[in-house]
Ligand binder design. Structure first.
Ligand code: GAL
Length: 698
């Protein structure tokens, strides 16, 4: 348990000079084709098992594993005393088998000695509850003490393994903010104040932004400001919003600090951390994180209660591609079968693991990885599935693991190709935070459900969608959907208007444009920032009670939220046909230069939304990836880089989520089976085909 010489001696490539900005590799070094593997936790196993692990990884075609994510206590069992030998051995064995390593900083769970001697690094809830060690992630990122220890461990890892030939990628910490997105401790209060000073400069500016004339909240100095700790009633909404912004930034600051050490010691190795992009992760503004990641990596888990979990999966994958700016990304974790942390955990059905994995690939992932390689027999995750289950290799899960490795090898030509979309949905973390604040017309609004509802409509029609942040260049899209964008800046709203002016069909939905970045209402009528574009003016919001709905004049119904909307340049496309707003416009349309701007001031039911989407797609001329996509079938195309004549390789992913065989128009060769598709490809029940198309895309 003492230090010994590094496993591999530094070579000439080693340098302490930072590499020039932007020159870091963008993909795990030395990984050929698509990457395949998972989290590997060898510290849980004796040597004989670890030897078997490597053999079985080769059998499965694994070429990349994430190591040492939760290894701090095993690597530094006592402060300043290190035990590297077991990890040296693991890395050497993996290297001997040609398996590349995404090596963690090992900082994701501080060892018990650290929190024993430094309990001041423990995070606190809004009510002052301290979150103790015994689980994981028991630290506050704002703590200078934690930062110092984490930097030291990171530097040790980089110095020890920076030149190890297996090292392909750095994995900083793990799912930053997963368990502790917000910390309300005194360290956090100090960091929050610094963040506010940097944002506002003067306390007067903070007072103006927070509207502190209300309820005697005026601050005389930044020193008086606190995180929004548990209070007698609603905390100032802008304080809540800024605390959410600060918290996301503070986690990113921690990432950056660790990453900078890695870049300094190993400029030849890319760095990432695993994000949790999905409809369930609210508090990290990943659009603002991605520029700091050399390659975007994401973890995604199906929601067992959702009968259309595969649609939420597709949404998450498209959003990850949006976060990655369209570049290929790493699916860093998903599950081979059931997880263990939902109220009722569902094992995956026939073909589901392959469908899930290849749906991520279809939407831009060039790496498919799992939590975890071998199922644990002890600890809190022993009932979480793995690539190698408790029951061993004579199991369906293991056969699936081997089959997926084969499939990914066959899909190597897909690597680096990209997804193209004519439709975009605007997605914004700050609008999410703002829309779900307390003291609003309703507490029942769930932002991701609203976005997902429109996404679902497009998914079922085989329409590929980009999920983009507000402020993105929207000029290339034919259809732009802006669901429930409660708060928006003038500049970002102008981008939406510009899209309509450039010829797009734009749909804005209720509870949009109401507030500015400070959560101040834009006076003069809702939807504030979009009033002019849409040609409407809402006088009053009429939120509905649980179970209450109103009828719309095309026979659809609406619930949750209605608006008393005046026409101011738009025409009414649908009107309310029951309830207190009978006769008032529910859906409007305005022609804007080359395009149109539609507004839906309520939450339409399935029928209403479906009819509206058909109209919008017809108007915009947006088509599915192939004509007549069968129900329950997912079709996505990835295209390679264009050659000088403009042609490019193209790959048609057809994922059959139904229990019947389906045929889809395609011409080429199915890379998974080698079978030729002359005019169509037949995809068996619950199966997948990936056709390399004969006629290259142009
Ligand atoms: C992730 C985490 C993994 C594992 C997994 C289980 O959130 O990064 O370490 O806990 O969930 O689904």
């Amino acid at each position: 348990m003492t230090e010994h010489a590094p496993a591999a001696q530094p070579t000439a490539a080693a340098t302490t000079q930072p590499a020039p900005a932007g020159s870091w590799p963008r993909w795990p070094v030395g990984v050929e084709g698509l990457a395949y593997g998972g989290d590997y936790n060898p510290e849980q196993w004796p040597l004989a098992t670890r030897v078997e692990d490597v053999e079985l990884m080769r059998e499965a075609g694994v070429n990349l594993v994430s190591v040492a994510i939760f290894s701090w206590a095993m690597l530094e069992p006592r402060e300043g005393e290190y035990d590297w030998e077991w990890l040296d051995d693991v890395l050497d064995r993996l290297h001997g088998a040609g398996i590349r390593v995404a090596l963690a900083t090992a900082t994701a769970s501080p060892p018990p000695w650290l929190t024993r001697y430094h309990p001041e690094i423990l995070p606190e809830l809004a009510d002052g509850t301290v979150l103790h060690q015994g689980g994981r992630q028991a630290y506050r990122v704002s703590s200078p003490v934690l930062r110092e220890y984490a930097l030291r461990m990171t530097r040790r890892m980089a110095e020890r393994y920076g030149q190890h030939p297996a090292l392909a990628l750095w994995h900083v910490d793990n799912e930053l903010g997963c368990h502790v997105p917000h910390d309300f401790s005194d360290d956090a209060a100090a960091a929050f104040r610094r963040w506010l000073e940097a944002r506002y400069g003067t306390v007067d500016a903070l007072n103006a932004a927070w509207g502190t004339a209300f309820w005697s909240q005026r601050y005389d100095s930044f020193d008086e400001v606190l995180p929004p700790r548990t209070a007698p009633t609603f905390a100032n909404p802008t304080q809540q919003l800024d605390f959410a912004r600060y918290s996301s930034d503070e986690l990113l600051t921690h990432y950056r600090a660790l990453r900078d050490v890695l870049r300094e010691v190993t400029p030849h190795v890319p760095t990432t951390t695993n994000l949790m992009v999905s409809t369930g992760t609210k508090w990290m503004d990943y659009f603002s994180w991605s520029a700091d990641l050399d390659v975007v990596a994401n973890d995604h888990y199906l929601r067992a209660h959702d009968p259309e979990g595969h649609v939420e999966l597709a949404f998450s994958a498209d959003l990850t591609r949006g976060v990655a700016g369209g570049a290929p990304w790493i699916l860093m974790e998903h599950s081979t079968s059931a997880v263990n942390w939902q109220p009722r955990n569902r094992a995956k059905g026939p073909g589901e693991m392959l469908r899930n994995s290849l749906a991520h690939v279809a939407r831009g992932a060039d790496a498919v990885m799992f939590f975890q390689w071998r199922q644990s027999v002890a600890g809190a995750e022993k009932f979480h599935s793995a690539m190698l289950p408790h029951a061993g290799t004579d199991t369906q899960v293991w056969r699936n693991t081997v089959a997926l490795g084969e499939a990914l090898r066959a899909l190597a030509p897909v690597r680096g190709s990209r997804v193209h979309a004519d439709a975009a949905i605007v997605f914004d973390y700050e609008a999410w935070w703002g829309a779900e604040l307390d003291s609003h017309p309703t507490q029942a609004l769930r932002y991701p459900n609203e976005v997902l509802a429109w996404y679902r409509q497009l998914w079922h029609r085989g329409i590929t969608v980009d999920l983009v942040r507000p402020g993105a260049d929207l000029s290339a899209y034919r259809l732009v959907v802006v669901p429930t964008l409660y708060l928006v800046s003038d500049d970002d709203a102008a981008r939406v208007s510009a899209a309509a002016e450039a010829g797009a069909t734009v749909l804005v939905t209720y509870c949009s444009g109401i507030a500015d970045e400070n959560d101040h209402v834009r006076a003069g009528g809702y939807p504030g920032a979009f009033r002019e574009l849409l040609g409407v003016r809402t006088e009053e919001i009429w939120a509905l009670q649980d179970g209450e709905h109103v009828v719309v004049d095309d026979g659809a119904t609406a619930d949750l939220w209605t608006e008393q909307t005046h026409l101011a340049g738009a025409e009414a496309v649908r009107r309310y046909a029951s309830g207190p707003l009978t006769g008032w416009p529910a859906v409007t349309r305005r022609e804007v230069s080359a395009g149109t701007a539609w507004y839906v001031g309520t939450r339409l039911d399935e029928l209403g939304a479906s009819r509206l989407v058909d109209e919008l797609l017809g108007e915009a001329g947006v088509l599915p990836v192939v004509p007549a996509v069968p129900a329950g079938v997912e079709v996505v195309r990835r295209r390679g880089e264009a050659a000088s004549d403009g042609s490019a390789a193209s790959f048609l992913f057809v994922i059959n989520h139904t229990d019947a065989d389906v045929a889809v128009a395609a011409e080429g060769v199915d890379l998974l089976t080698g079978a030729a598709a002359d005019t169509e490809v037949t995809v068996p029940a619950f199966g997948v085909a990936v056709v390399q198309e004969t006629a290259p895309a142009r």
